[in-house]
Design a protein around this ligand. Structure first.
Ligand code: FUM
Length: 573
């Protein structure tokens, strides 16, 4: 067993965690530790493809933070926190300046100006990019900057429990790659653990990540969660081969001129959004793809066609090099000649841990959160390119806040460590296979709590999830591959089942369609439901609450003007 003490413990080594750590270091705070479940330079952020938004006005001088804020709030279907939206959009240009200072290389015009491209539902060209591997470039420079600043980190450490004393989080327990338990005492604990879109069978995440375990740990510690029903389905994930099913074909393909077509050769987005077409909001494009496939207008492998053959190989290699190579390797298709088959894939969770807009503290003392594991800024739908901006802006903001806090350390009492150790010691072999239950849960969520929902399907999902939960409790999980792997897998499975229940329950509560949450039995948005739905643990159960959307500042109100645009839903069965 190992015991470690630190001032700030950051769980998660993606962009949000790294940016928080860098800010703390730059503000002179030495005593911080980042832990990650993977290698330090291989967190989920590396998958972010198409770009990062900042209203820098390089390509479109009329762009400004106000327009970015309005686009973000409209995409969110007006249930995001306008105060967070204002902060994000005002500070995004500074986040880019910081990245440039750290050495990031973004695509530039021949005259040296940073290039910005259109992404879906933006009013201006606003998305900066590094080919189609923007996340990788950002992680490259954040890791380099962290190393320059001597940030301490531990790789391959899986955190499975937050440790609390007197209602305050004082550390965490994890298991390292050799199966040793690790106890970390900290004055402040930051969750930067990502989202939960991998709870769905077809997802753009890699194996082993984005199962929402950080969010579940926060819930178990008593933190409020919000809008858990809001899961974004990206319109274009690969359909085959099976090993790559769901993996992302970046929105940048459509931004660079890619057209969506059905098996009749129709450019079908003309029916669903004749103005914005392929660059409509993500939920509209995803549902259009879903609908075409459902109506029998899909491709032979169950997708629709994404066609960018109007672009030359040279152009594609310059703007979309990774996707060009990926489609060639995975599907044997040359994108400058032929279309690739794509279909919706679970991509991002807008729901998550509720945070204070200034301090980023959760509703539990000592526990903070940043990035995709939080809720608030994206509401019912996220603009493509806003998540990279979010992790940098709010990571920096959180680092600044924590640098002003008292970080004196508290030791985890021995009695709490002994309790966890004895739980580990007493693990007994069970009957249920965690792999099978995980597969079945993800499949269930895809079919019944996915892109289209309704009351009977939600009820049946909840019943089935309850059965899975009972089975684990009654029969226990089989220890298939040693204790360390067992703890990791059983913890993940438990998080997945419990979060799935919360997603399905929240989806039942929201009796309307809004953004990415589409219910065939309530196909319209209802202004009386323009709330955030908050869930909180209460004993062995939970409570739910409708919470008013925060009041915007006068400046933000002026920016928002008199928005009356609600979404034009194409009604689906
Ligand atoms: O399609 C994409 O490149 C995704 C970007 C995003 O989700 O921000």
């Amino acid at each position: 067993m190992q015991k470690i003490t630190t001032g700030v413990l950051i769980i998660g080594s993606g962009g949000a965690g790294l940016r928080t750590a860098i800010e703390l270091k730059e503000k002179g705070i030495e005593d911080i530790l980042i832990v990650g479940a993977r290698k330090f330079d291989d967190a989920h952020t590396v998958l972010a493809a198409g770009g990062i938004n900042a209203a820098m006005g390089v390509m479109d001088p009329n762009d400004n933070w106000q327009t970015h804020a309005v686009d973000t709030f409209l995409e969110a279907q007006q249930i995001s926190n306008p105060l967070l939206v204002e902060k994000l959009t005002k500070k995004a240009p500074e986040a880019i300046e910081d990245l440039l200072r750290f050495g990031a290389q973004f695509h530039r015009e021949d005259d040296g100006r940073l290039t910005q491209r259109f992404f879906g539902a933006h009013s201006y060209k606003r998305t900066l990019f590094h080919g189609d591997t923007t996340g990788k470039e950002i992680i490259r420079v954040l890791v380099a900057q962290s190393n320059n600043l001597d940030v301490d980190f531990i790789e391959d450490l899986y955190i499975f429990e937050l440790i609390e004393k007197d209602g305050k989080v004082i550390g965490a327990a994890g298991i390292n790659k050799v199966g040793e338990s690790v106890y970390i005492s900290a004055s402040k604990v930051v969750l930067a653990t990502g989202g939960y879109s991998n709870i769905y069978r077809r997802s753009s995440s890699r194996n082993r990540e984005n199962f929402g375990n950080g969010i579940h740990m926060a819930f178990m510690a008593g933190a409020e969660l919000g809008d858990m029903e809001m899961v974004q389905f990206h319109p274009t994930g690969l359909v085959y081969p099976p090993s790559a099913e769901g993996s992302l074909i970046t929105e940048a393909v459509r931004a660079e001129g890619g057209l969506l077509k059905n098996n009749l050769g129709e450019r079908f987005m003309k029916k669903y959004d004749p103005d914005k077409l392929e660059l409509s909001t993500r939920d509209v494009v995803a549902r259009a793809n879903y609908q075409e496939i459902k109506m029998g207008n899909g491709s032979s492998n169950g997708g629709v066609y994404l066609d960018i053959s109007s672009r030359t190989e040279e152009y594609l290699r310059s703007r979309l090099p990774a996707i060009y190579d990926k489609v060639m390797k995975m599907n044997g298709i040359n994108l400058s000649k032929d279309a690739v088959e794509v279909a919706p894939t679970a991509h991002y969770s807008m729901g998550g841990i509720v945070i204070d807009k200034d301090t980023h503290q959760t509703s539990v003392e000592g526990l903070y959160a940043v990035g995709e594991c939080t809720t608030g800024v994206h509401g019912a739908n996220r603009l493509g390119g806003n998540s990279l901006a979010e992790i940098l802006v709010f990571g920096k903001d959180l680092g600044t806040h924590l640098s002003q806090c008292d970080l004196s350390q508290k030791e985890i009492p021995e009695s709490l460590i002994s309790k966890i150790e004895s739980d580990i010691e007493n693990i007994s072999d069970g009957e249920e296979s965690s792999n099978v239950l995980l597969r079945d849960t993800r499949d269930l969520m895809w079919r019944k709590v996915g892109i289209v929902k309704n009351m009977p399907e939600l009820d049946s999902a909840i019943e089935r999830l309850g059965e899975y939960s009972d089975r684990i409790e009654k029969n226990s999980i089989a220890i298939e591959t040693g204790k360390q792997e067992f703890i990791r897998k059983s913890h993940r499975l438990n998080s997945v089942i419990q979060l799935s229940l919360l997603i399905a329950q929240s989806a039942k509560l929201r009796k309307e369609s809004r953004g990415s949450h589409y219910r065939t039995d309530y196909p319209n948005s209802n202004d009386e439901m323009r709330f955030n739905y908050i869930i909180k643990k209460e004993g062995d159960s939970y409570t739910t609450e409708k919470r008013e959307i925060a009041e915007p500042t006068t400046e933000m109100k002026n920016a928002l003007g008199t928005i009356s645009k609600t979404q034009n839903y194409v009604h689906l069965e």
